[in-house]
Design a protein around this ligand. Structure first.
Ligand SMILES: [Zn+2]
Length: 99
């Protein structure tokens, strides 16, 4: 069996290796969202504990969330709706400078 450091610790890398999704459930509004662990791995350190993924609800600003890894079987996979990165926004930064 693989050793994984601290007891109970489960990292984004662990979830990505297991081809899992991460389910984030807001404690206040009870909405939940699925993310592919592999997508999160592109943006966060692989050793980050999944419990420490920063998240804020777009509707109620709640960041008190319950996070758990899930393995989807084929049936789940066919109907799952997941949040995925679909593009990036470039924002102009303005500053006064000498001509
Ligand atoms: Zn919410």
């Amino acid at each position: 069996m693989a050793k994984s450091g601290m007891a109970g610790r489960y990292t984004i890398g662990d979830a990505a290796r297991g081809d899992q999704v991460i389910e984030v459930t807001r404690r206040r509004c009870h909405r939940s969202t699925l993310f592919l662990a592999a997508d999160l791995l592109q943006r966060m350190p692989m050793l980050r504990d999944i419990a420490n993924i920063p998240f804020k609800c777009a509707r109620c600003n709640d960041h008190d969330v319950h996070i758990r890894p899930r393995s989807l079987d084929d049936r789940d996979r066919n109907k799952a709706v997941v949040m995925r990165p679909v593009g990036t926004k470039t924002v102009a930064v303005w500053k006064e400078v000498k001509l």
